[in-house]
Design a protein around this ligand. Structure first.
Ligand code: NI
Length: 130
């Protein structure tokens, strides 16, 4: 029986979300940090108000790392604190709001736009790796 611990190999590098977040200095511009099958993991910092939109083809997951995220829904809102997550169901209108800066991880299928079914000046480019 081999009791030696496995040897770390340079190409196997854990993704440190806190360190990645330090590389982001703007708001509302998601950055890709990993992919799993057809899903993407995106880090983003936001502050202020966004626009109402929905994603007709997919649910959207928000995992808050820092700050308090408010997700407005047409029939109310939900506050998501650090260490908490929320899934907005497919087709449900929503709008994110951050009174103070929020740092979060988004999980959604490749090709999902931050403004969902609408495009305007707030639409961020996809597939920008950090
Ligand atoms: Ni959305």
């Amino acid at each position: 029986m081999n009791t030696n611990p496995p040897i770390p190999i340079a190409k196997h590098v854990a993704i440190n979300l806190g360190e990645k977040l330090q590389l982001i200095s703007d708001h509302w511009k998601p950055r890709l940090v990993a992919e799993m099958n057809d899903y993407q993991f995106k880090l983003v910092k936001i502050q202020g108000d966004f626009i109402w939109h929905d994603h007709p083809q997919t649910d959207e997951t928000f995992i808050v790392m820092a700050g308090v995220l408010r997700i407005d829904l047409r029939d109310g809102c939900v506050h998501v604190k650090p260490g908490e997550m929320y899934v907005v169901p497919k087709g449900v209108e929503h709008k994110t709001y951050a009174e103070n800066e929020v740092q979060m991880l988004l999980i959604e299928p490749r090709g999902t736009l931050n403004t969902g079914n609408t495009t305007d000046g707030r639409t961020a480019p996809n597939d920008v790796w950090l």
